[in-house]
Structures are given as C-alpha cells and as structure tokens.
Design a protein around this ligand. Structure first.
Ligand code: PGA
Length: 249
C-alpha cells in the first residue's frame, strides 16, 4: 500500500509570520492517516522544522544544488537541507525549469545527490498547453521521466509529481480522465524501468490548482496518491480541506 501524501509548496512566499499557518495545520491534524509535508522557502526551513517538531508534519526544500558543496554562491546543498531539518526536496518544478533553465539531466543530478543525502526527491514533470494541444503530452512526460529520474530510485526515495504547466496557479485543471491517463502512463513507465515492485511503490502526486473543492474528485482517480499544492497550501484552513479529502480517499 502506498501511503498518501499531501505536500505543500510555499514557493517564494512566507516570512516568520507564516509559521503560524504550519502550527495551525499541526493542531488541526494531530494524527493524520496520511503523510503531510510543507516545503517553505529556504529561509524558513530550519524554523519550520522546529515548529513541526513533535507533530506529524515534515518539512522539505524546494530545490538543491547538484554538487555536495563548493563555490556556488547563493545555492543550497542537499546536506544543508537535511541539516536544516528537511526530509524531502522538490526538484525540477516547472518554475525552476523555466526561470533557471533546468534541464532533465540537471534534475537527475540533483535527485542523485538528494537521494544520497537521505532525502526523498519529489521530481516534477508536466507539459505546456502547446504540447498538450499538439497531443504531445505523453511523449513529453516520457522524456522527462527517463531524463530526470536517477537509476537509484526506490519507492522510498522517489515521489513523482505530475504538474501540467498550464494548470499551475491558473485555476484550470485537466479533466479527471486526462489526469488518470497521465498517472497510469507514469505508473507503467516506472514499472517497466524499475520492475513491478519498485514501480508500484512510488507515490504519484497530482499538482496544479488543487483546492479543497476539487480535491476529492482528483483523489478518486486511480494512481493519484496525493497532491503537490501551491497556492492552497499557504493557508492552514485551505490545506486542511485538502488533507481531509485525501484522508477520506
Ligand atoms: P498551485 O501550484 O497549486 O498554486 O497551482 C502547484 C505547484 O506549482 O506545485
């Protein structure tokens, strides 16, 4: 059985005051039957980990460098994330791919170093609107999966997030059939590459405009094991609604 996961990506949002949302979330869900992860900005990571200590919430990073240390001004290593209290890191988010030109091989190198450091790598894949309209979605996702996921992946250290770029922060969501088609495709690709045991144990998240109001329907889709949530993870009340829906799924 894959344990379900509700992951919040705060992106470049939140200063100290935002920690009260994490505390409220922990109070609302003292013993969730699913995994709950918050990925705050790096400046808050350590304090978020302190705030989450003794609760069932874990914290993660939003990126790491592919090198373990060295002359990389402004960057953060996987070991630093671990040291700050993270147990996971989001890698290859489309905003990183777009803003920083990250390619599949960069994501793969980062995932390797993250896994070596003991982090779970949440590797993001997803098509643009043009690619979907040109019926290239599965080709694109297939290329991102084979290019971004390292060979050392297991059900323990790998989580894949399907995030159509056109659904992120737009309020637009693919149809449930479209989500199911991509998630089934990702599952099949993972089984083919890593064997059925590992392939079936990797958790697959959907991301892109998940809200309390649409979460239940999305979580009923086969091979959807949870969500990667941006905007609706910033407020404890919204994220709580998504956690509730996932616990009931
Ligand atoms: P959104 O972002 O929930 O605000 O659409 C999702 C994401 O980018 O992970």
């Amino acid at each position: 059985m894959r344990r379900k996961l509700a992951a919040g990506n705060w992106k470049m949002n939140g200063t100290t005051a935002a920690l009260s949302e994490l505390e409220a979330l922990a109070r609302a869900h003292p013993s969730p039957s699913i995994d709950v992860l918050i990925c705050p900005p790096a400046t808050l990571l350590h304090r978020a980990a302190e705030a989450a200590r003794g609760t069932e919430i874990s914290v993660g990073g939003q990126n790491c460098h592919a090198a373990t240390s060295g002359a990389h001004t402004g960057d953060i290593s996987a070991d630093m994330l671990v040291d700050a209290g993270a147990n996971a890191v989001i890698l290859g988010h489309s905003e990183r791919r777009e803003d920083h030109g990250e390619q599949n091989e960069d994501v793969r190198a980062k995932a390797r170093v993250a896994m070596d450091a003991g982090l779970k790598a949440i590797i993001c894949v997803g098509e643009s609107l043009e690619q979907r309209e040109a019926a290239n979605t599965l080709d694109i996702i297939g290329g991102q999966l084979s290019g971004s996921i390292p060979d050392q992946s297991t059900g323990e250290n790998l989580i894949v997030a399907y995030e159509p770029i056109w659904a992120i922060g737009t309020g637009k969501v693919p149809t449930l059939n479209e989500i199911g088609e991509v998630h089934d495709f990702i599952r099949a690709r993972l089984e083919r590459r890593f064997g059925e045991g590992v392939g079936r144990s990797v958790r697959l998240l959907y991301g892109g405009s998940v809200k309390p109001s649409n979460a239940k329907d999305i979580f009923d889709v086969s091979n959807v094991d949870g969500a990667l949530v941006g905007g609706a993870s910033l407020k404890a009340q919204d994220f709580s609604g998504i956690i509730d829906a996932l616990q009931k799924a």
